[in-house]
Write a protein that binds this ligand. Structure first.
Ligand SMILES: Nc1ncnc2c1ncn2[C@@H]1O[C@H](COP(=O)(O)OP(=O)(O)OP(=O)(O)O)[C@@H](O)[C@H]1O
Ligand SMILES: [Mg+2]
Ligand SMILES: [Zn+2]
Length: 428
């Protein structure tokens, strides 16, 4: 029978948990020293390893292969096996989203008072615990406050703000993070090779980007891609299937905005909509990309703050010369004010209207030098205006420049405009 990748590769030991090093280290040490807290709270985004870690912790505490708890549960003993198939007599896994009835909880709580039958601990894993009712929390509270020595609670949630203070303050809290793009890529590459999946590195990178650090989603997407057909999986497949927008499209888009080429962008937008990209996705991709543009503009060494590939970053650096910091900010603000409208039936019209409104301020296009700090900035700006010319040719023009009223920058803008005109003439 076919097992989906995200279940086939569910981690079975702490060392197999990806991208949560701080949690793995702390829990491993706690298990090794026997310093087990009575209650844990695992919080963080979906599909980042909370439930998996809760089950591994339960196995680690109750594995029968060794005399004491172990960071390497065997997976073979009765305790490990029954935890895996949710039939352990000592470990109860409660999905609060579907079983939050208070009677159910009362029964579980009274059962916790009894000594464990085959393991060392009685463990209650409350998954999606934010869904518990007030009454259910009340039924749990006393035992969480004064737990019998053999009891361990593990609460998992994506919505920590919905968990009562009285509970959170009594738990060891672990914040699961979104897994870094690099770690996701490495992990997917390894799985693809084990499963003999033919996929390019840039397609794997595109998956990591589309899924934004959610490992379960990444594995599911990889799974779906293998069903699309024969042949090597490329980034195009990923963009198609995940409905995300290719980076190079976003680059063209930002460049068009900066140049005031509205019609070009309306065309691109039409293409996206025709290909089935959802307005929400388009909107989110644009906001994210403009945020990256802002980082690029304000912090030229800030690529690690984004998830962009080096090539894209380089191109973005060039494009950022065309924008002022203020106009990037106001574009983001404008898009954000339209966010709610992306669920509207006429979302695509709102997007069109918004794109027409987003044009960097005139002042900036007349005085681009406001953003230049070094001569190289001026040359980079010119390179965007005159992509046909090489850096070396532009350097040469810069050297020969005659300043206007002792100022080089306005003279440079004028010179570049002349060069542009000359090129236009030669094309005609
Ligand atoms: N940190 C991780 N390391 C390795 N695999 C992971 C990790 N996070 C998620 N996975 C993969 O995703 C699947 C789901 O993970 P898990 O159920 O632990 O996530 P979760 O954080 O509980 O998500 P949710 O909040 O949606 O319940 C796992 O079976 C595994 O394949
Ligand atoms: Mg979970
Ligand atoms: Zn075991």
């Amino acid at each position: 029978m076919y097992t989906p990748l995200h279940l086939k590769y569910r981690p079975q030991q702490l060392s197999q948990i990806i991208g949560q090093e701080h949690i793995v280290r702390t829990l491993s040490n706690a298990i090794a020293c026997g310093k087990i807290a009575p209650a844990y709270l695992f919080t963080g985004p979906k599909g980042t390893g909370k439930t998996s870690t809760a089950r591994i912790l339960a196995k680690s505490l109750n594995c029968q292969s060794l005399e004491n708890a172990t960071t390497e549960p065997c997976g073979e003993c009765n305790s490990c096996k029954t935890i895996t198939n949710s039939s352990s007599v000592d470990v109860t896994e409660l999905d609060a989203a579907s079983h939050s009835g208070v009677d159910n909880i009362r029964e579980i709580v009274s059962n916790l008072q009894l000594k464990p039958i085959e393991g060392r601990y009685k463990i209650l894993i409350v998954d999606e615990c934010h869904a518990l009712s007030h009454q259910s929390w009340q039924a749990l509270l006393k035992t969480v406050e004064q737990p019998p020595v053999h009891v361990v609670f593990v609460f998992c949630t994506t919505e920590i703000h919905k968990v009562p203070e009285t509970i959170t303050s009594r738990c060891h809290k672990f914040d699961f993070r979104r897994v870094s793009p690099r770690a996701v890529v490495d992990y997917l590459v390894e799985i693809a090779s084990q499963e003999s999946i033919d996929i390019t590195l840039s397609a794997v990178t595109a998956i990591a980007k589309a899924c934004n650090g959610h490992l379960r989603d990444s594995l599911k997407l990889l799974d779906q891609l293998t069903l699309l057909g024969d042949g090597e999986i490329t980034p195009n497949w990923v963009w198609e299937l995940s409905g995300t927008i290719p980076e190079h499209d976003l680059l063209t888009f930002c460049e068009n905005i900066a140049r005031g080429e509205i019609t070009g962008n309306l065309g691109i937008l039409q293409d996206w909509i025709t290909c089935g990209k959802h307005p929400i996705t388009i909107h989110t991709s644009l906001v994210d990309f403009l945020k990256d543009l802002l980082i690029c503009k304000t912090n030229p060494n800030g690529r690690n703050l984004t998830q962009l590939e080096e090539d894209t970053w380089k191109e973005l650096t060039t494009i950022s010369q065309l924008w002022s910091t203020a106009s990037i900010q106001s574009s983001i603000t404008l898009l954000m004010t339209r966010q709610n409208l992306m669920r509207d039936e006429a979302a695509h019209l709102w997007l069109e209207a918004t794109l027409i409104e987003i044009v960097p301020t005139k002042k900036n296009s007349l005085q681009p030098w406001k953003d230049w700090k070094t001569p190289q900035d001026a040359i980079n700006w010119a390179h965007v205006q005159l992509p046909q010319m090489t850096q070396a040719q532009l350097q040469e023009h810069w050297q020969e420049l005659t300043p206007i009223n002792g100022k080089r920058a306005p003279a440079w803008v004028e010179a570049v405009q002349k060069l542009q005109q000359r090129q236009l003439m030669s094309i005609k």
